[in-house]
Design a binder for this molecule. Structure first.
Ligand code: XMP
Length: 334
């Protein structure tokens, strides 16, 4: 619609003014709609002075990294640095089963990896500003997909906020300040999606359900290993594919698929007895994730998902559905 065009044009002007003629910006892509739309707008404003950084922690769902690497880049022409950090994350997660411990480790490794990439991207700028005596802070901008509800929630008013990035790795000056660029500060989620469509971003990104930062790491009950991730990725891909095919995507808030990796159950598959793992489907409806209700999926859809998962994923021999509302159950299992 014309209002979305206006929003984009207005933001592009604002960003050009804020970043100036020679500023450089960095944007972390998460795979989700907010960071992708924010990056796409800034790319239109300053072109390849924006570098997007995507940390592949190995905990994404099937096809998501490709959506960023291939489809996002094709749609926007953005400069993208992909950091393959799967081994680093899985090594750090080895032997860990406690959910909060997992979150802490994933968060820590994420910041480390992102900052190292940042330092590399900005290194030439820092050298340059040392030579010319310009403050480094003039060239360093960090793009964030902050939405209006986040602004209100954190009590932030108008104006530009500065954050200090914690650089304990990578050789950036300690006092380097990133000025934030937040092109979505006035928008609600549904407006961000409209802008994303307007900008020609892939539908899988624009309409993606919420997905937690720690990714599949908190959807494997038990230790996170490459093998378990691959099993869960296959089951999750089938469940998402069938949900999309049924046309119910937009009626469902989220549908986590959870692998009970430390539980085994007996089954009969193919030639005989198996001793595999159950998965749990957790379809929910919600307005804001604070409360949620279990979604009454049609039986034939549940049947298709169950049949396909147990036929196509050898290690899974049982599919269950979580019928707990929130509260008392959270949406995620960990
Ligand atoms: P719960 O499980 O608390 O989830 O009902 C509410 C919403 O938050 C998401 N979630 C997370 N998102 N990091 C995130 O970025 C996390 O550690 C995390 N834990 C839960 C969850 O997917 C749901 O949308």
């Amino acid at each position: 619609t014309w209002t979305m065009v206006n929003i984009v044009d207005e933001q592009i002007e604002k960003i050009r003014t804020q970043i100036g003629e020679r500023g450089k910006a960095i944007c972390g892509l998460s795979g989700g709609v907010d960071s992708a739309v924010a990056a796409a707008i800034v790319q239109r404003a300053i072109g390849d002075r924006l570098t997007c950084v995507y940390v592949d922690h190995g905990l994404m769902r099937k096809g998501e990294t490709e959506q960023i690497e291939r489809d996002f880049v094709a749609a926007t022409g953005a400069e993208l640095v992909v950091v393959d950090a799967e081994k680093q994350f899985l090594d750090a997660l080895a032997g860990v089963t406690d959910p909060e411990e997992k979150r802490k480790i994933i968060g820590r490794e994420f910041i480390r990896t992102f900052e190292a990439a940042e330092a590399e991207v900005l290194a030439p700028e820092i050298e340059q500003s040392a030579v010319t005596g310009d403050g480094a802070e003039k060239v360093a901008f960090l793009v964030q997909g902050t939405l209006y509800p986040d602004v209100v929630e954190s009590g932030g008013g108008a104006g530009t906020s500065n954050i200090k990035s914690h650089h304990n790795v990578g050789g950036l000056p300690d006092d380097l300040e990133f000025e934030l660029v937040e092109p979505l500060r006035t928008l609600f989620k549904d407006e961000v999606r409209l802008v994303g469509e307007q900008l020609g971003l892939p539908g899988e990104i624009v309409w993606r359900h919420p997905f937690p930062g720690p990714g599949l790491g908190i959807r494997i009950i038990g230790e996170v290993t490459r093998e378990r991730l691959d099993i869960l990725r296959e089951a999750d891909a089938i469940a998402r594919e069938e949900l999309t095919r049924s046309g119910l995507d937009r009626d469902i808030w989220q549908m986590p698929v959870v692998l009970l990796a430390d539980v085994r159950s007996v089954g009969v598959q193919g030639d005989g007895r198996t001793y595999g793992h159950p998965v749990v489907l957790r379809p929910v409806t919600s307005e804001d994730a604070m409360t949620a209700d279990w979604a009454r999926l049609p039986y034939d859809l549940m049947e298709r998902i169950s049949t396909r998962i147990t036929n196509e994923v050898r290690e899974i021999n049982r599919v269950t559905v979580d019928i707990t509302s929130k509260p008392p159950g959270t949406i995620e299992w960990e």
